[in-house]
Ligand binder design. Structure first.
Ligand code: ADP
Ligand code: MG
Length: 583
């Protein structure tokens, strides 16, 4: 298709100079520049609104990015990530910045953090490379600043595109490292199963972060990870050769150690090991199986129809726990629900930290059993279920617990963090457990039936009136869809606001499937299949560059936290046994 040349855009901008802001609408359309095509997809009617939506497309052969950079899905995602970072960096360097009123002057792209995620901000295929970004068309008051707009669109933007979307030899090394590192991390994740491991932490990894609000690596005094010999593994990477590190075996792993010795830092790194990280992050070879789920207490959340009876029974007033409903969960019921909902959605590795767990959910010791009879305690603590979760369903657990030795006997592997270094203390801990036999009674008799599928009823996510429900997101942990507001601060494995934006759109796709017949699992599968087949772009009618990939586990977590959710256990005949018994 032939588009009008760039100077047509220049003429239009001259014509509308000084007119009311709405006249900017006239420049919507596509323009052929020397080296790329510019698409002005949607112009905002106001300089104070979110900047306008634009795209630039460079033909793949002209861009000179060789096919080896896109020869696997991992590499393509990494190339797009690299280009997005470069675009963001160059835009910051080249763009003049604020011009006139409102958002005028800004050129923004959805800038990645430490993780490499699939994003709609950049696409690379055999035909073209396309960047989707936002640009604040400049104004003085509400009058069009045509000269500034010309500078932005005809000088700044081409300079950014030249720098960011065309290959130069000088970037070969860093780009190659970026894509091969990402591919290697995926390859390690793929191999975890055959190694009977749930996670891998490379020797030399730097786990500590700059601060509690800065995910970049700690620069000063960071101590590199060194695996204990008994857990050391060697893995061959497709690109980077052999790498050694600690393999965390399937089963129950306990992380113990003194306060401030690096237990939670290790667990946090494992939580985010479901994602690949950029080179120099320090965690680029900290890899966790893709279905790992962090579970924490979230008192105050709502729960709808979840079978928490594996952990909670005999509540006051005879409340049902096989289909538990509340608008105000306690720490323990929220944690029980988090686990049961996670298993329903497909989690196979649970990650728990004493720092964020309800004590009474994790443990009930001998003295307390003597004082409060089992009949008066609704909770079957996690310690009495963790083994059956593994033997019955093959669900592994990694647990940080520095405050109680009661888990020693149950854990298959005990790792002690001392001065930020791991030591395998399994034998010692098991010996202690044998010597100090406890009179603690095991609770929760009978086989574990931990997975109950639920159907989601109509109006579980009220969309309000009107054909196009409004969608808003606030940071990573809050979204509004139609008349539904959902907050999910406790969902800790979300790393980018653009994931939350994508989740909000996915929810819109999921809502019509909530009809009282489809189960949660079926709904999740259907949405994820759509994304798999058609890309994240399928989530929205319009092409938008501000969405990032997420897992079905996070989609489930968001749905489960909707206060309007109407769900009930599915009839037995509909229950698919997706959980083969462990051999
Ligand atoms: P714990 O959970 O054992 O109490 P944390 O994991 O919270 O300890 O770590 C305590 C502090 O030590 C944190 O400030 C963390 O950033 C820092 N830290 C953790 N691991 C390392 C490391 N490998 N090198 C340097 N500092 C670290
Ligand atoms: Mg801690």
């Amino acid at each position: 298709m032939i588009h009008p040349p760039a100077h047509t855009l220049q003429k239009s901008l001259q014509c509308i100079d000084g007119k009311g802001y709405k006249a900017y609408k006239e420049i919507q359309g596509a323009y052929a520049f020397d080296r790329f095509t510019l698409y002005i997809d949607h112009v905002q009617g106001d300089p104070f609104a979110h900047p306008s939506r634009l795209r630039v497309r460079v033909k793949r052969p002209a861009s000179k990015f060789e096919s080896l950079f896109t020869q696997s899905p991992s590499r393509t995602t990494a190339l797009c990530d690299y280009l997005t970072r470069r675009f963001a960096h160059t835009a910051q360097r080249i763009a003049h910045g604020a011009r006139g009123t409102g958002k005028g002057g800004v050129i923004l792209i959805d800038t990645p953090g430490q993780e490499i995620l699939p994003r709609t901000a950049m696409t690379a295929n055999d035909t073209y490379i396309e960047a989707r970004f936002f640009l604040g068309l400049p104004a003085f008051g509400r009058r069009i600043a045509g000269r500034d707009a010309q500078e932005m669109l005809l000088t700044e933007l081409p300079a950014i595109v030249d720098d960011a979307l065309f290959f130069t030899e000088s970037q070969r090394k860093s780009l190659t490292h970026h894509v091969t590192c990402c591919e290697d991390a995926d390859a390690i994740r793929e191999r975890l199963g055959e190694l009977n491991c749930v996670a891998f932490v490379a020797d030399g990894a730097l786990l500590a972060r700059a601060s509690g609000i800065d995910a970049r690596p700690l620069q000063k005094g960071a101590i590199a990870f060194a695996s204990p010999a008994s857990l050391r593994l060697e893995i061959d990477r497709p690109n980077g050769g052999r790498i050694t590190g600690m393999g965390i075996p399937e089963g129950i792993t306990l992380i113990v150690g003194g306060g401030f010795h690096g237990k939670s830092t290790l667990l946090n790194a494992l939580e985010l090991g479901i994602y690949n990280h950029i080179p120099c992050d320090g965690r680029e070879y900290v890899v966790t199986r893709a279905d790992a789920l962090k579970i924490r207490a979230a008192d105050g959340r709502s729960i709808s129809g979840t079978n928490i009876s594996p952990f909670i029974n005999n509540l006051p007033l005879g409340r049902s726990t096989t289909a538990f409903h509340t608008q105000n969960a306690s720490g323990s019921t929220s944690q029980a629900a988090g686990i049961c909902e996670g298993l329903e959605a497909g989690a196979r590795l649970l990650l728990l930290d004493e720092d964020t767990s309800a004590t009474n959910f994790m443990i009930r010791d001998e003295k307390m059993q003597k004082l409060v009879a089992t009949d008066d305690e609704p909770i079957t603590p996690f310690i009495d279920r963790v083994e059956a979760l593994y033997t019955t369903y093959g669900v592994s657990t990694i647990l940080v617990m520095g405050g109680s030795g009661d888990y020693f006997a149950t854990a298959h592997r005990i790792i002690q963090m001392t001065h930020y270094q791991p030591h395998d203390v399994t034998d010692k801990a098991h010996a202690i457990a044998r010597e100090h036999t406890s009179e603690r009674a095991i609770e929760g008799a009978g086989p574990l039936k931990a997975i109950t599928h639920r159907t989601l009823g109509p109006h579980s996510i009220p969309l309000g009136h009107g054909r196009h429900p409004k969608i808003n997101t606030y940071g990573r942990h809050e979204l509004v869809l139609g008349s539904t507001r959902i907050t999910f601060d406790d969902v800790e494995q979300l790393v980018a606001p653009s994931q939350t934006r994508a989740l909000a759109h996915a929810l819109l796709l999921a809502a019509p499937l909530m009809d009282g017949c489809h189960t949660m699992r079926e709904i999740l599968n259907q949405v994820m299949e759509t994304i798999e087949k058609k890309g994240l772009e399928a989530l929205s009618d319009i092409l938008r560059g501000d969405m990032a990939g997420f897992r079905s586990l996070e989609l489930a977590a968001v749905i489960n936290r909707a206060r309007t959710l109407k769900s009930v256990p599915a009839p037995i005949k509909d229950m698919v046994n997706v959980w083969p018994q462990k051999a």
